[in-house]
Design a protein around this ligand. Structure first.
Ligand SMILES: O=C(O)[C@H](O)COP(=O)(O)O
Length: 342
């Protein structure tokens, strides 16, 4: 059965998958949740439900749990929302894609869908080595190939050897044709969700132009303003603020509930869509975010605990004994991996 992901928001129903699960909208009663599925309860962060209402997600239990029971970090499924918040520590890894062919040519890329260079492939693999001991239960990428390549290449280095599988829910046929018919195989996989909301900011009329030539033509200050200010868009493009409106909203609505339930998440995206998310995580002002720069292919680790995001830096390497980024739970996870693999 397809990895049915159901989200009930108060009074309406979005049904994905042929699961036949029935929800009673409005009063939030959930009925007929079939065997093998589980109900996850999260609170809406914004918009879809009125404040304080619950948003139910009914997810195929085997596809939603940590693929192999990780006693250290498995989400406790029987907690209430508050106790979930208290008990769960979840890892959040952010990675800007490796160098792309247009990064190499110093062209404005935005939403043009270009692949990685050989160096970008190497950067993605190196990033994977650095996070190879950190648990990953779900992966979110943008809809652009450079971010998806980065995520898949990085996961080739992960010691858990789970298989990242891009979810195809674009239509009913895609869902049915991409079904996995083995519970064990599902448990050994990591769902990868590609979302356009995580795409790089759309650079409008600058897309395809050389950055240096553009600065020569319009002036260095103007181009810096387009590239790094918060609310000034490039010609017919998105400002960082406009990019944040979709990227941060998606993070709050789709990714944060997963972290809240104890899922460890990796996001592979872009310089500006990630700058907008980091602005939210680190509570940066529109002034502070101007100086925020992200290198290609460098993973950043956050710990989500009790509703807060704690930046833990960039794991230097899996074997670095004193990797300051690790928390006690992450160190225990790494130890269990060592035991499992030796
Ligand atoms: O879209 C692009 O050109 C790059 O990914 C990011 O460009 P920037 O560093 O100029 O924002």
């Amino acid at each position: 059965m397809a990895n049915a992901m159901l989200h009930q928001t108060v009074g309406t129903l979005q049904l994905h998958g042929s699961s036949g699960i029935h929800f009673q909208g409005g009063n939030n009663s959930v009925r007929l949740v079939p065997k093998g599925f589980k109900v996850e309860v999260g609170f809406c962060k914004r918009g879809i439900c009125s404040s304080g209402e619950k948003k139910f997600s009914v997810i195929q239990a085997s596809a939603s749990q940590t693929s192999v029971f990780d006693p250290v970090l498995s989400p406790s499924n029987n907690g209430t929302h508050e106790s979930l918040k208290k008990s769960n520590e979840a890892a959040l890894i952010l990675i800007r894609h490796g160098e792309s062919l247009w990064n190499e040519k110093n062209l404005f890329t935005g939403c043009v869908d270009v692949p990685l260079t050989k160096k970008g492939v190497e950067e993605a693999i190196e990033a994977g080595k650095r996070i190879s001991n950190i648990p990953v239960d779900m992966i979110f990428t943008s809809a652009l190939i450079r971010a998806q390549m980065t995520a898949m290449l990085a996961m080739t280095q992960h010691r858990r050897k789970k298989v990242p599988i891009i979810m195809h829910n674009e239509n009913e046929q895609a869902r049915v044709w991409s079904q996995i018919h083995s519970e064990d195989t599902i448990k050994q996989s990591i769902p990868v969700i590609a979302a356009w909301q995580l795409n790089e900011r759309m650079y409008g009329e600058l897309q395809g132009l050389n950055k240096q030539e553009t600065a020569d033509r319009f002036g260095k200050e103007k181009v810096h303003e387009w590239r790094r200010s918060y609310d000034i868009p490039p010609p017919n493009g998105e400002s960082l603020e406009m990019c944040a409106e979709r990227a941060v909203a998606y993070f709050k609505d789709e990714i944060e509930p997963q972290l809240l339930s104890g899922k460890n998440v990796m996001i592979a995206a872009h310089g500006n869509s990630l700058r907008s998310i980091i602005m939210y995580l680190d509570k940066l002002t529109s002034q502070e975010v101007i100086s925020l720069e992200l290198s290609t292919g460098i993973p950043m680790l956050y710990i989500f605990k009790e509703g807060k995001f704690i930046r833990r830096g960039s794991p230097i390497a899996p074997t670095e004994a004193g990797v300051y980024a690790y928390t006690r739970k992450l160190a225990q996870y790494r130890q269990k991996l060592d035991e499992m693999l030796h």
